[in-house]
Structures are given as C-alpha cells and as structure tokens.
Ligand binder design. Structure first.
Ligand code: HEC
Length: 401
C-alpha cells in the first residue's frame, strides 16, 4: 500500500465518522426544536420541553434562556464534529485530487489546464465562495432574504457549471461539495458559534442578546439545514459515474440537489409546533414526490446522449479487441500496471487474459462506450471508432474468436 492510499483510507474513514456525528447532531437538534412542547407551568424563559426514551431511561429536556447567575459550570458545545469533518474533507481533497499530479482533478478532454492552475483555481474558488456568500448575507440578506436566496442559488449553480467545464467530472462534483462544506463550516465558526458566545455573555451580564446576531445565526443554520442532503449526495457521487461523467453532469447535479433539498424541506415543515403536526400524508407525499422528481430527472438527463453512433459494419474479432484493450486499458487494468498513478489495478479490474476480458464485457461496453468515461480521463487516448468497435464486439456476443 502506498502512502497516498494509506492517507486516503485514514482521512476517508475519519471524514465519514466525523460527518455522521456532525450531521447526526444537527438533525437531532433540528428534530428536538420542532418537537418541543409548551407546557403550562414552565418559566417565562422556557421555550418548551420534551420527553424521550433511549438507552434504558427517560430524557427530560427543556430548551430555555437562562437568568444571570444560572449559567452552569459545564456547558457542552457541538462544534468540533463540524471542524473535524471539514479538516478531514480538505485533507482528502489534497490527497485524492491535488496529489499525484492532480490526475483526478484534470481531464484534458474537458479542459486542458495544467495541474498548478487547476489546483490554484480549486483553492481560490473556495475562498471566493465564502467571501461572496458571507458578504451577501451580511448586507442584502438582512433586509431582502428572498432575493438573497435567489442570488445564492444562482451563484451555486453557476459555480457548478463552471467547475464542470474546468475540472474532471468527479472533481467538479467534489469541488462543489467542498465549496458547500466550506460555506457550512464558515457559518458554524464565523456566525453561529460567535452568536452563541454573545448569548453566554449577555446571560452572564443579565442583558438581552443582540437580536441581529441571533437572527443571522438562525438564517445560517437554516442554510446549513437545506444544504445537508445535497452535500451527502455529492459525497457518494464518485460511485455514480453515470452522473459525474455525463456531458450534462452539472444539470444532473442541479436536479438532484433540488430533489434533496426539497425532501429536507418537507421533513422540516412536518412539525409546525406542538399540536400542529402535519398529518403524515401531508408531508410524506410531497417529500417522496421531490425525491422521485430528483431520480426521474436524473434518469431523464443521463439518457441524453451526445455521442455520434459510429456504424461498425464489419465483424470485430477478439484479436482486435485484445489489441484495443492492450493499448488503451492494460496500462491500468493489469496485474502489473505501468501507469504512474495507478500502481494496482483500479477496483480490482484486470483485463490481462481473454477470460477476464469476456467476464467484464458488459462493463467494458458500459464504461468505454455508453458512458465513455474509460480509459480514465482518456489517458491512453482511445478513439471514438475504437470505443464503437468494443461495443460492437460486446453486442455480437463477446465471442473469443
Ligand atoms: C489511467 C488508468 C485507467 C485506464 C487506462 C483505464 N481505466 Fe478503467 N478504471 C480506472 C479507475 C481509476 C477506475 C475506478 C474508478 C471508476 O470506476 O471510475 C476504473 C474502473 C474501471 C471499471 C470498473 C468499474 C465499473 O464500472 O464496472 C471498468 C469496467 C473499467 N475501468 C474499464 C476500462 C476499460 C475498458 C479501459 C480501456 C478502454 C479502461 N478501463 C482504461 C482507471 C483506468
């Protein structure tokens, strides 16, 4: 195992664990907030109570503001899960996309940028995104939240479109994800945590908290809430090559994001406050509809095919297939790859022997012809005719003769 692979595994594992803790916490608190019950007899600083049963006993939780002097010794914060998720995410970005000559970041068939420029663009876009977003919501966002929402979404979709035209497909998705994750982390550390500090200070000195701070923090935490489902899809998007390497990959992501945020929305409005819960049908149906819309949109767009069909009217022999595989695939998909980056056969796929090629035939057609995203970043410069020859051989029964 190379150092790069080891770091990849360690950061990925930590990223997943921290991410589950962060998003899990945030979902639980969202749920708590929406399920608080106002009861008679609670103090005027109380915002409601809730009883839960878990792990062998009952939890009696009350959400309230505190009078001066009531601040407890130990106060638990929930901010490190977010920071750990972000730091491990950035580390993964570096290990997977920046190292190895940025070979996952750049795809010459998308845009012929050098690794240095690609990496610089990737880093700069993260800073720019946060600065623009924060500035927008500290100015216009205070008075015109709807307009600011529209502008934010337009900038997000615009950035996705730009990424899809500069970076490789999978990198464009991940870059969008890191950008969203960076904004969410900025929201936690630059807005939400400071607002909590101010709340503690105000409580200590017996004053009201500056409402502007808490309104801003609430805004940002709602943004984070809506961004979670889309971001989680991006985290798994490398396993959906039909989306990432599609020529309209940015449009697919937009559809999936709208679907994911929509599902989150209907989960949010599910609880309107104690006694006012929406009937299950009233939120579940639209939530399922949004999810279905995302999936149907994904299916529809990923079928739009830009490739000219090359009519191969001769029989493609197995010898010819072996020749193509030998020059275009074996560099990586071999027991002993000669590639500089992939020193072990990617995902264990080896195409050294006739049987290995025959067994893989459907996937070869799917990846080299239908999706046309193998060879990886077309590093071995396969031609469209060769892709069509591979497909024709598979269609004719993938015979070894
Ligand atoms: C530069 C290295 C490289 C070359 C050359 C290459 N591949 Fe791949 N291949 C990869 C990597 C990396 C993966 C895993 C990531 C992925 O699935 O996108 C992979 C995965 C695959 C998979 C398994 C995933 C699946 O969807 O079943 C198949 C099949 C495949 N490649 C076929 C081919 C064929 C056919 C060629 C030649 C026409 C080829 N590859 C050339 C790097 C390469």
């Amino acid at each position: 195992m190379s150092l790069n692979e080891l770091l990849d595994a360690v950061f990925r594992w930590a990223h997943l664990i921290a991410g589950i803790m962060w998003i899990g916490n945030s979902m639980l608190f969202n749920w708590l907030d929406r399920n608080l019950e106002k009861q008679a007899g609670l103090g005027k600083l109380s915002q409601g109570k809730i009883f839960m049963v878990h792990s062998g006993a009952f939890y009696d939780v009350e959400k309230k503001l505190l009078a001066p002097g009531e601040l407890p010794e130990t106060l638990h914060w929930f901010k490190w899960q977010n920071l750990t998720t972000w730091l491990t995410g950035i580390s993964l970005l570096v290990v997977v996309y920046y190292m190895n000559g940025a070979s996952f970041l750049v795809d010459a068939s998308v845009h012929d940028v050098g690794p240095t420029i690609a990496i610089t663009l990737s880093i700069c876009s993260l800073f720019t995104a946060w600065i623009l977003y924060d500035l927008l919501w500290r100015t216009l966002g205070e008075t015109r939240p709807r307009l600011s929402n529209a502008i934010s979404v337009a900038i997000l979709f615009g950035a996705m479109f730009a990424f899809a035209h500069v970076f490789s497909g999978r990198a464009a998705y991940i870059q969008t994800g890191v950008m969203i994750g960076t904004i969410m982390t900025g929201n936690v550390w630059m807005v939400i945590v400071p607002s909590q500090h101010a709340l503690i200070e105000a409580t200590r000195s017996g004053k009201e908290q500056d409402p502007a701070l808490s309104i801003r923090a609430k805004q940002r935490s709602i943004h984070n809430n809506y961004l979670t489902f889309p971001l989680l899809f991006i985290m798994i998007s490398n396993h959906v090559p039909a989306a990432t390497s599609h020529h309209l990959n940015w449009l697919i992501l937009i559809v999936v994001m709208i679907g994911g945020a929509g599902v989150r929305h209907f989960m949010n409005v599910r609880y309107l406050g104690a006694g006012k819960e929406l009937a299950t049908a009233a939120w579940l149906a639209p939530a399922v509809a949004m999810g279905a819309l995302g999936i149907v949109g994904f299916m529809a767009i990923s079928r739009i095919d830009p490739k000219p069909k090359y009519g191969i009217d001769h029989v493609v022999t197995f010898a010819r297939v072996q020749e193509i595989v030998g020059t275009r695939c074996l560099r990586c998909h071999s027991l002993h790859p000669s590639d500089d980056v992939f020193t072990a056969p990617p995902v264990g796929v080896m195409l050294d022997t006739p049987d290995q090629i025959r067994v893989m035939a459907p996937r070869i057609k799917y990846r080299a012809y239908d999706l046309a995203n193998m060879p990886f970043n077309n590093k071995t410069q396969i031609t469209d005719i060769e892709r069509a020859e591979l497909a024709a051989w598979v269609d004719d029964g993938a015979l070894l003769k």
